[in-house]
Design a protein around this ligand. Sequence first.
Ligand SMILES: [Zn+2]
Length: 167
Amino acid sequence: MTEATEPDKTQVYLVPVAHLELADEPEYVHLSLYSWNERTDAWLTQTGICGRSTTQGALPEGTEVTCPGCLKWRPAYDQTVAGHNHRRELESEARRQQAMAEDTTENGAWHTVWLESKWRWITSRMTTPQREYAADCVAAYSRYLATCDGELERDEPEGLRWWRADQ
Ligand SMILES: [Zn+2]
């Protein structure tokens, strides 16, 4: 991670963190895992990889890590983090490829129907299996568009399957 690049929310990083502001706390710079937390919608650090509690928040990149415990564990954590990040990259790539495969003429056509016409009226003239199928096409094309926009987590369009809500 560098200043110039936004951290990737699917990845985990090892970052320098400050010791707790306590009188008996050794004045070390520790290393901590740094990851995106969905619940708090923020990047969070954890305890040092040596096991000591630390002050929340990453220190500037390049800050020298001085805790002997953290330095000892660093190679093992580097490996674990790299393995984790590699798996997440493969997952992202698989999702992206799947989404790209959803760029079909049929999905695009149904997406235009959804976007430009009276979806509720048109689908009310269909059987439920038929409109579920049409909605699947719209959702698939919508996933493709979201992937193009770099928003992998976007939900399917609201009201797409209005008939489910009425049940
Ligand atoms: Zn430490």
